[in-house]
Design a protein around this ligand. Structure first.
Ligand code: ACK
Length: 208
């Protein structure tokens, strides 16, 4: 293999700085507690949501999953503007939190400046798993995985977000302190934050 292939990371993304990680984890935990309080067995499980979702990794918003160069388009992605913006810090806007029976995540609303780092095919690539996803606006899949149910891979978080976004908009079921809560059936909930959270994050990459 060529050196540049060997050097491609597992994935590129925005890695939240420690204060932003702490703040998002804390807001996420408040949300799970509030949801448990509003609806018992919200995702169809007896145990508290905080125990149901496992997540200890550092928080990030994946832009491109490269699989060390094996993923389609990985090499092309690593060119400009990615190489130029590598190491820069951005303010990400966390606009919503969501849970499903599989995953717990935060929705990230990307600015035009941030969208230049977003792969053009990220939503289309999900079309086979989530019909309709390919027609959603660029950046719809942008998320931060906060936790997964036992045996669920984190790639599922972005797919669960898309699955909610392709559904018709519904009215909120209640207003919680953090924002309005919507229910999309089959254990899927989304809380739109009253105040989007600003999370400082460094654009970088991850190698295992
Ligand atoms: O939570 P995530 O965005 O979902 O962060 C992890 C990261 O890459 C390392 O596993 C994401 N990921 C895994 N496989 C894929 C894939 N096929 N497409 C997009 N993202 C992926 C995972």
């Amino acid at each position: 293999r060529q050196l540049d292939e060997v050097c491609l990371p597992l994935f590129f993304g925005w890695f939240l700085l420690t204060p932003a990680q702490d703040q998002l984890r804390s807001t996420g935990s408040d949300f799970l507690t509030a949801l448990d309080g509003f609806k018992k067995n919200a995702v169809g499980q007896e145990i508290p949501l905080e125990q149901y979702f496992k997540g200890k990794r550092s928080l990030h918003c994946t832009t491109k999953f490269c699989d060390y160069g094996k993923a389609e388009g990985a090499k092309e992605y690593a060119e400009k503007p990615v190489s130029e913006l590598y190491g820069s810090v951005f303010d990400l806007a966390v606009s919503a939190l969501f849970v499903t029976p599989r995953t717990f995540g935060a929705r990230v609303s990307l600015t035009d400046e941030q969208l230049v780092l977003w792969p053009a095919d990220a939503e289309k690539e999900a079309e086979s798993s989530v019909p309709g996803a390919g027609s959603l606006p660029l950046g719809s899949r942008a998320h931060i995985t906060l936790g997964c149910a036992d045996g669920v891979e984190p790639v599922q978080t972005g797919l669960d977000l898309l699955e909610i976004l392709v559904l018709p908009e519904v009215e909120p079921v209640t207003d919680l302190e953090l924002g309005s809560l919507r229910f999309y059936g089959e254990g899927r909930w989304m809380l739109e934050l009253k105040e989007p959270m600003c999370a400082a994050a460094c654009f970088s990459s991850f190698y295992k």
